[in-house]
Structures are given as C-alpha cells and as structure tokens.
Design a binder for this molecule. Structure first.
Ligand SMILES: NC(=O)c1ccc[n+]([C@@H]2O[C@H](COP(=O)([O-])OP(=O)(O)OC[C@H]3O[C@@H](n4cnc5c(N)ncnc54)[C@H](OP(=O)(O)O)[C@@H]3O)[C@@H](O)[C@H]2O)c1
Length: 243
C-alpha cells in the first residue's frame, strides 16, 4: 500500500513510518526537519511545513510530479505549546490552528479535489482533548475538536464513495508534544510508547472499516462513558499525565 504520513520526523509519525515500511508499505513522509533514514528503501521524505501554503503546494507538486497518489493518508502532524497563564499570545495560537487544522484539511482537499485517483482512506489523529478543554493550550483542544468535526462531516459527505474517513483518539503517548515528556526518558506506566501506537495504526486501523478508534482501550471507556465529567475534573485527573 502507498501511504502518506504528515509529521514523520519524530514521535508517533516517525514510529509509524518505520512500522509501515517494515510491513512492506511505501511511505512518503512530510515534516519540517529531516528524519534519520530519510530516502532509504521505501521511505521518501519531503521537507514541508504543513502550516504554510507555499510549502504545502511545493510538497504536493513533488508528489504529483512523481505520480505518487497515496492509498492511505495519515493526518498526524500537530503542535502544542505551553505558556504561563499571565499571557495569551496570538502567534502561537495561530500556529497551532494552522498546523493542526489547515495542515490536515489541505491534504484532504488536495487528494479529493481533482487528483487523478483518490486515496482509499484518511486517518486523523485525535485526542481526548477533542472532547475536553486544555486550559494551558486552549487552541490545541479547539484544533482537535475542529479536525474531529471535519472528519465526521467528510464521512457523511462521502458516505456513498469508497473513500473512508477515520479518527484515532489517543490517550497520553510518550512523545515530545506532551510537555511532561519533552525531556525524554522512559514511558511511565499507563503512558503508551509511539511504537505501540504505530503498531496499532498499521495492524488495526489501516485494514479495518470503523470510523473511530481508541488507543489504549481505556481511552475509549473514558470518551464513551465519561461525557458527564465536568471540565475541571477531567483537567485535575489528567494533569499528572501531562504536566
Ligand atoms: N503524544 C500524545 O500524548 C498525544 C495524545 C493525543 C493525540 N496525539 C496526536 O498524535 C499526533 C502526533 O503527535 P506526537 O505525539 O507524535 O507529537 P511530536 O512527537 O511532537 O511529533 C509531531 C510531528 O509533527 C511534525 N510537525 C509539527 N509541526 C509541523 C509543521 N508545521 N509542518 C510539518 N510537520 C510538523 C513534527 O515535525 P517537525 O517539527 O520536524 O516539523 C513531528 O514530526 C498529533 O496529531 C497529536 O495531536 C498525541
């Protein structure tokens, strides 16, 4: 299968690219920094800032010129940041929105709107923050909720087409996007590794036909049965896993 993955320089996207290639898939990966092993074997890397229009257009042109049309598109690239509650700066907020929302939906439009052949599936990385707010980074939770709603809308819009829109809701993963794990070290108990998530994506999500997936299963239980949970409670319970 031909796969496109955004955000492949580290974290879940990096582990996913490695796992997909290991399973015999061809991967085109996008990120601003070049990962180790780029351009080796079935892995092709394109430098791309998914938050910037010109950079996205350049990357799309490179893929078009090579005749590459992915079967599966993983909308994975995202950023989060931390700032003191004494400020509420606009530029980081805007960067989160551009990366996490525009940087995903651009690729849906590119491959659905006039491409020679459409992908078979789009897979967006979501979070429990699509359901509950994050007071330390308001734009992050809002961006995940927006992407989630867009995927639901696309699923409805293309319900008679063979293309599938999928969403994967993740709990805490040991990557640098989580301020608590930015320094590295080993994943504490209850926190998934990016390799575990990558195996789940390649083995379970890619070949099956549901719309929504949860990893680990406990996240599914919280999302389904915890809807009554007040925002402040969710924040208090999850804070030790994040900060
Ligand atoms: N880790 C968690 O706890 C967790 C939980 C729930 C959901 N998720 C979701 O999982 C996905 C992957 O996150 P992660 O944990 O693997 O984060 P990560 O380790 O910080 O990796 C983020 C990846 O996105 C890329 N990226 C960021 N901004 C970009 C831009 N403007 N253009 C192109 N690439 C960009 C980064 O590459 P460059 O910096 O080189 O561009 C990097 O490869 C995200 O959608 C995140 O929201 C993560």
């Amino acid at each position: 299968m031909k796969c496109m993955v955004t955000g492949v320089s580290r974290g879940i996207g990096g582990a996913l690219a490695t796992e997909l290639v290991r399973r015999g898939h061809t991967v085109w990966g996008l990120s601003r920094t070049v990962p180790v092993g780029a351009q080796e074997g079935q892995f092709r890397h394109v430098v791309c800032d998914v938050a910037e229009g010109e950079s996205r257009d350049d990357a799309a042109e490179q893929m078009d010129a090579a005749g590459f049309v992915p079967d599966a598109v993983f909308l994975n690239a995202a950023i989060e940041y931390e700032e003191s509650h004494a400020s509420l700066e606009w530029h980081p907020m805007q960067a989160v929105w551009r990366t996490n929302v525009e940087g995903a939906l651009y690729w849906v439009s590119h491959w659905m709107d006039g491409a020679p052949r459409r992908p078979v599936q789009f897979i967006a990385m979501s979070s429990l923050f699509a359901q509950w707010p994050d007071p330390d980074c308001p734009a992050y939770a809002a961006s995940k909720a927006a992407l989630s709603m867009a995927m639901r809308a696309l699923r409805l819009r293309y319900s008679h087409d063979p293309v599938a829109f999928k969403e994967v809701c993740l709990g805490p993963v040991h990557t640098s996007i989580n301020p608590r794990f930015a320094g590295g070290g080993a994943a504490p108990r209850g926190v998934a590794t990016p390799q575990e998530v990558a195996r789940f994506l390649a083995k379970t999500v890619l070949p099956s036909h549901r719309f929504r997936y949860y990893y680990p299963w406990t996240v599914g239980a919280v999302a389904r049965f915890g809807a009554w949970m007040p925002d402040w409670w969710f924040e208090r319970v999850t804070r030790p896993l994040r900060r």
